[in-house]
Design a protein around this ligand. Structure first.
Ligand code: ADE
Ligand code: ZN
Length: 319
């Protein structure tokens, strides 16, 4: 039995497995520039974050209808449940769909068809986090927040993702202030490829409650001390870091040093269809390769609930 856990860093579009991509392409008469699933998988040799994002956005072309988003979310929930996930806080990237003519309502209603009944169907409670694409403008992010207003009963918070370097968090100050005023929780990717200063800026300027990745905090001891003192959770994604070359090999991942430093670390899958594993696969990989003790593995599972947006009673029930 896999350890019960919460998944806090998961892009629903990053759960699009090649088989489902081809099925949806056929259903929607979308032509993919790959002969078959094997040919597509050959494109999964990434050099960095941008080389992954190029494919990630390209494959989204197959997601067109509510039913497509429902099928995508159900496929994830089925895998997640089998990996011990009891609660998932799920990112989605509305701008990438709106830009292709797929409205916000199609995305949210479609995802909700699966998420709204996932406690019954899969034993997994869920929340949605809407991400802004940081390589798009601040105005576009604000328009996206406005487009989401009719659906805020289904969205727990906002996040910030896509190409990090050259797109510091402060660009999104106003939209994060507006999100906070609407009662939304705030997280942001920071310190994945970008420098530790982006983590500090995301905390100070955007008021984030959790850092997505945050790996590069280890270059700044004063920042580590602050994250420990303020109990700021980090959502780490070890297999993603290897595939996107944020670390050379898993054996060199700083997770053990981060736990030893007292950081509130969690382990997650990011874009599991692309990075070779879902969340329990990430747990197994760090256990086997980094030699983490059973007690450390339990700590990671416990942290995932502590760092979630569940309230304390819900959190205890989910565990
Ligand atoms: N979008 C999907 N996965 C991402 C990641 N690992 N970093 C930034 N943006 C993303
Ligand atoms: Zn991510």
């Amino acid at each position: 039995m896999p350890l019960p856990k919460a998944e806090l860093h998961l892009h629903v579009e990053g759960t699009l497995e090649p088989e489902l991509a081809f099925e949806l392409a056929a259903r929607n008469a979308v032509e993919l520039p790959y002969a078959d699933t094997d040919d597509l998988r050959k494109a999964y040799a990434f050099e960095d974050l941008q080389s992954f994002l190029n494919l990630y956005y390209e494959l989204m072309a197959v997601l067109r209808t509510e039913r497509d988003f429902e099928d995508l979310a159900n496929a994830y929930l089925e895998r997640a449940a089998a990996q011990g996930v009891r609660h998932a806080e799920i990112f989605f990237d509305p701008q990438a769909h709106i830009a292709r003519g797929v409205p916000m309502g199609t995305v949210v209603e479609g995802l909700w068809r699966a998420l709204g009944r996932s406690e019954d169907s899969h034993g997994v409670s869920t929340q949605l986090i809407m991400c802004f694409l940081r390589d798009e403008s601040a105005d576009s992010a604000m328009e996206t927040l406005r487009a989401a207003e009719p659906y805020l009963d289904r969205i727990v918070g906002v996040g910030l993702d896509s190409a990090e370097v050259g797109h510091p968090p402060a660009k999104f100050r106003e939209v994060y202030e507006a999100a906070a005023a609407l009662g939304l929780r705030r997280v942001a990717h920071a310190g994945e490829e970008g420098p530790p200063e982006y983590i500090t800026e995301a905390l100070d300027v955007l008021g984030i409650e959790r850092v997505d990745h945050g790996l590069r905090c280890m270059e700044d001891p004063a920042l580590v001390e602050r994250l420990v003192r303020e109990r700021v959770p980090l959502t780490l994604c070890p297999l993603s870091n290897v595939r996107l070359r944020a670390v050379d090999v898993l054996a060199e991942h700083p997770l053990p040093a981060m736990l030893d430093a007292g950081l509130l670390c969690t382990v997650n899958s990011d874009d599991p269809a692309y990075f070779g594993g879902y969340v329990a696969d990430n747990f197994h990989a760090v256990h086997d390769t980094l030699g983490l003790s059973t007690e450390r593995m339990r700590e990671l599972a416990r942290n995932s609930f502590l760092a979630s947006f569940l309230d304390h009673d819900e959190e205890r029930r989910a565990r």
